[in-house]
Design a protein around this ligand. Sequence first.
Ligand code: UD1
Length: 365
Amino acid sequence: MRTYLCFINYAVFCIYLNLSPKWLGVFLKNILVTGGAGFIGSHTVLCLLNGGFNVSVVDNLCNSSFESITRVESISKKTVVRHCIDITDDVALANLFQSGSFDVVVHFAGLKAVGESVSKPVEYYNSNVYGTLCLLRQMIDFDVKKLVFSSSATVYGEDAPTPYVETLPRGVTVNPYASSKAMSERLFEDFCIAQPDMSVSLLRYFNPIGAHSSGLIGENPLGVPNNLMPFMAQVAAGTRERLSVFGGDYPTPDGTCRRDYLHVMDLADGHVKALASLETPGCKVFNFGTGNPHSVLEMIHAFESVTGCVIPYDIVGRRNGDLAEFWADPTKAKNELDWVATRSVEEMIIDTWNWQILNPKGYEI
Ligand code: UD1
């Protein structure tokens, strides 16, 4: 009877461990976040701190600032160890692994502007693929066997049927940014075959937007924003005059492209949940999206109705490389990680706008 009760207690304990990030924090205590000062990285660092993890951030600050981490510390009332290091610097990275004892790496570091990747392919492959290799080498040398990778829905390529589901093969990628994500995914898959005790989760993001509800951290694009939401927020704030809607003749209900926008805090929470998937070895893939697409015109009208601002816009020619529409099948993340995106488009817009009006110059003080 006693053995039986012990077994029941043990089973309940194990189920609890699987579901609770707080308990995961007991076993996977120390997390190294590469690129942690950036948009998705900083929100994820906040969720990791709130989940009870110790976080060290490594970032070369080429497109970010540690001000985001200072603000994460003020929201969470916890501290983060910062390292200003480029992950392609082998010696500096080895010293970092030597100085800390990391249980998991969450890997965001990389370049992410699609257009720029076409004109600077060497920089993109160097940062995104070679950087990933450098990181893996240190993980091998220092026996770190768990990693979460920041991937993108772009790896499904141009011809995948919607909604995108993880069982689809990676498609033909059409720019160096997309190719660098697909190559890194392949690298992790091959590596997990060679090292059967390694666990990697590849997280394919759809279109993350929004900001933390405090308005203290958010997306801080340098120069002219490439993506829809930061551009729209700057038009609403009067920093830019008009929004160009790229294409009004797509085979979609209103002729403009449809995307699966998700709140960056839902995405950040998803990284904490993804830590549970590292308990079993192997390489896994998860889509992180809502499963509900919205068109550019729908996003403009939602922004206007939520904020009361008018967004002057012109429908112009299509942007090279844009697909008419795609969205996620997020069933696997729900079933295996217990992760669902819960925040609405309205919340995404409220939080984007709050961040924009509180920080018209981003992290520049
Ligand atoms: C882009 C990247 C994708 C990356 C993602 C990260 C391209 C082709 N794809 O996705 O690889 O993972 O960002 O967030 O760049 N739009 C306008 N006017 C604008 C800006 C955008 O009409 O000023 C439209 C675009 O044509 C698109 C939609 O808004 O239909 C969303 O664009 P964007 O925010 O740039 O995201 P994606 O292109 O979907």
